[in-house]
Ligand binder design. Structure first.
Ligand SMILES: Cc1ncc(COP(=O)(O)O)c(C=O)c1O
Length: 385
């Protein structure tokens, strides 16, 4: 059998590989605790589940959904943005529901990237930015996120021939995996850069609501000029504990939204209407889950940070996200530390290097494990060291 050339350049998905490792360890009788994937263990709020039950029983929802998404869901998204960020969007032209933001992040590249085009990708970064570029035949170019630059890319380091060849830039603040928040003035710099080189900016914003101690995460689209060059991806996954429901959206520049919509109408047939109605319930119903989850994540964050400090790792408590990004102890690489922790403690943590070369020397700890298991995993790590 001859596979397509594009598959050869495509690495296996990080968490699919980690899932295999966990299964192998479990089969060997090891009681594995995973601090790997960012997948909330707490349930979806009851009002959202009740809404799905009701709507799933209605035969009107059993037929193909509209390609463009239900108008009422688009309007709920637009109203939510207005309420959250004071930004208004035309629900018919500037908002597009997605089957989880992951698919949109991959498919936007089919809409914008031709073979040979460059896609500017944060390093370390969510792996789908690079994978989507490769699938579209594009060339990913890594923009290092370094602590000395507050984890934002140094745009002046991007060679001008690379910038000229670039069609698309991905950004993501609050950031996965580094948990960094955006530095002041950076989005303004990005808009100027994108206009100079005619680059579309895709800001990935799934952690906007998971913030601590009063921090407020800004929308990229609030930056003057951003709507001329950009779109913002959002997701119900982390905000409402809905990772399994597969629902998100992209909004912003009409031309980009229209192009992505054209790709999607040819590939998928939208989101089950009952799930879109549950999405409306999520966005318009009680919002207590957000503060509750932030309190849970903050408690877990504090436990992780204090344990790491006890181990001798110098670390700042992150202001946002469900992750802690930490340096590995002296003398270790990402891979050697992750292997030690798996073999000696039965704990799975992803190596920072899996998110890009600049992630070498780090690990990412997810805060989506129950408190008691997280505490046990940290204790086991401490003992293993
Ligand atoms: C930065 C980032 N973008 C996008 C996603 C995908 O989210 P969704 O569940 O909406 O596909 C994730 C999921 O972990 C993420 O961390």
């Amino acid at each position: 059998m001859k596979l397509a050339r594009r598959i050869e350049s495509l690495p296996p998905y990080l968490f699919a590989e980690i899932e295999k490792k966990i299964s192998a360890k479990k089969a060997a009788g090891v009681d594995v605790i995973s601090l790997g994937i960012g997948d909330p263990v707490e349930p979806t709020p009851a009002n959202i589940i009740e809404c799905l039950k009701r709507e799933a029983a209605d035969p009107a929802n059993h037929r193909y959904p509209s390609f463009a998404g239900m108008p009422a869901f688009r309007q709920a998204i637009s109203a939510w943005y207005e309420k959250r960020f004071g930004l208004s969007f035309d629900a018919a032209k500037e908002v597009l529901p997605l089957i989880g933001s992951k698919e949109g992040i991959a498919h936007i590249q089919v809409a914008l990237v031709d073979p040979g085009d460059v896609v500017l990708v944060p390093d370390p970064g969510y792996p789908v930015y690079k994978a989507g570029a490769l699938l579209a035949g594009g060339t990913p170019y890594f923009m290092p996120l370094l602590p000395e630059n507050n984890y934002v890319p140094k745009l002046s380091d991007i060679p001008s021939d690379v910038a000229r060849a670039a069609k698309l830039m991905f950004l993501n603040y609050p950031n996965n995996p580094t948990s960094a928040v955006v530095a002041e003035g950076f989005f303004e710099e990005v808009v100027a850069f994108a206009k100079e080189y005619d680059i579309v900016v895709a800001h990935d914003f799934p952690y906007s609501e998971i913030v601590f101690e009063g921090y407020e995460a800004p929308s990229f689209l609030a930056t003057p000029g951003a709507r001329d060059v950009g779109v913002e991806f959002h997701s119900l996954s982390k905000t409402y504990n809905m990772t399994g429901w597969r629902i998100g959206w992209v909004l912003g520049n009409h031309e980009v939204i229209e192009a992505l919509g054209r790709v999607k109408t040819n590939i998928d047939s939208g989101i089950f209407n009952a799930i879109q109605k549950a999405g409306i319930e999520a966005l318009t119903g009680p919002q207590d889950v957000i503060a509750d989850m932030c309190a849970i994540y903050k408690r877990r964050r504090d436990l992780v940070v204090s344990t790491l400090r006890d181990i001798g790792i110098d670390i700042q408590a992150p202001k946002a996200t469900i992750y802690v990004w930490a340096k590995v102890p002296e003398g270790h690489t990402s891979e050697s530390f992750v292997t030690l922790v798996l073999e000696k403690a039965g704990v799975v943590v992803p190596p920072g290097s899996a998110y890009g070369p600049s992630g070498e020397g780090y690990i990412r700890i997810s805060l989506t494990t129950k408190d008691d298991l997280l505490a046990e995993a940290l204790e086991r790590i401490q003992q293993a060291l």
